[in-house]
Design a protein. Structure first.
Length: 247
């Protein structure tokens, strides 16, 4: 977890892995079915936190109209598109050209104005009110460098989200053994347990980079109810929200 001298944050093996599945992004019954099922609960949490932080009227039409948002590791645009519909000036970036092409094609079909480009946070020279890093941090080559580059493109008083999977025995059993090998929710090899990140590791890095934790939540899946719920437990899926200090 220490900072090193990598030139970029891209893990080519991870990029190739998701590039091979790029035509599946908008197939709700395909390889990304679990992500489609997960999307509503994480979207609700993210939008609630943004409205709370920027003191936005929750009933306002196009509530994010005054905000600039970047979705890093946007994939096919599953979160990017809802942000566009809420009025945000939204940018989506991904290291996979296949993912970006899939995202652009779908946005065009939906008549949405989204700025998509191939790249990583180290390639960005603009600043944003909100930075979204959702299910991406466990796929980068250098976690410290990735967070550092994300912090640099976040405006003062802006907020940044890191949603990922904890590195615990429970996450190994549920997110890998259960999801990939028993239930076949995800293609085998989608995740590498060694690349999962503990919340305190993420918080420790962020504390060194002018980011202050303002909220956190866990997410759990109920097999009985076949639905996702927020949870106080961060043992498996979790999301951390940080505010950028003004100084």
């Amino acid at each position: 977890m220490n900072k090193n001298h990598n030139l970029n944050t891209i893990d080519e093996k991870e990029v190739q892995k998701f590039s091979r599945m790029s035509d599946e992004w908008w197939n709700e019954k395909g390889k990304f079915k679990p992500l489609h099922e997960f999307n509503p609960i994480r979207l609700k949490y993210i939008t609630t936190q943004i409205k709370k932080h920027f003191k936005i009227n929750p009933y306002k039409n196009l509530p994010f109209k005054s905000l600039s948002i970047i979705d890093i590791g946007c994939g096919g645009g599953l979160i990017t598109e809802p942000m566009a519909r809420l009025g945000a000036k939204i940018t989506g970036i991904d290291a996979s050209i296949n993912n970006i092409e899939a995202a652009r094609l779908h946005a065009k079909k939906m008549n949405l104005n989204i700025n998509y480009s191939v790249g990583a946070p180290e390639n960005i020279d603009m600043n944003y009110d909100v930075v979204l890093c959702l299910e991406i941090i466990e796929h980068v080559s250098d976690v410290y460098l990735f967070i550092e580059k994300c912090e640099k493109i976040l405006k003062k008083n802006g907020i940044i989200f890191f949603a990922t999977i904890n590195r615990t025995i429970k996450s190994f059993l549920y997110a890998i053994v259960g999801a990939e090998y028993i239930l076949n929710w995800l293609p085998k090899g989608t995740h590498n347990w060694d690349k999962f990140i503990k919340p305190n590791e993420t918080i420790s890095i962020c504390n060194k980079l002018r980011l202050r934790l303002i909220d956190k939540t866990g997410f759990i899946y109920s097999i009985i109810q076949k639905s996702w719920f927020k949870s106080n437990s961060l043992d498996i899926n979790y999301c951390l929200v940080f505010k950028k200090n003004k100084i």
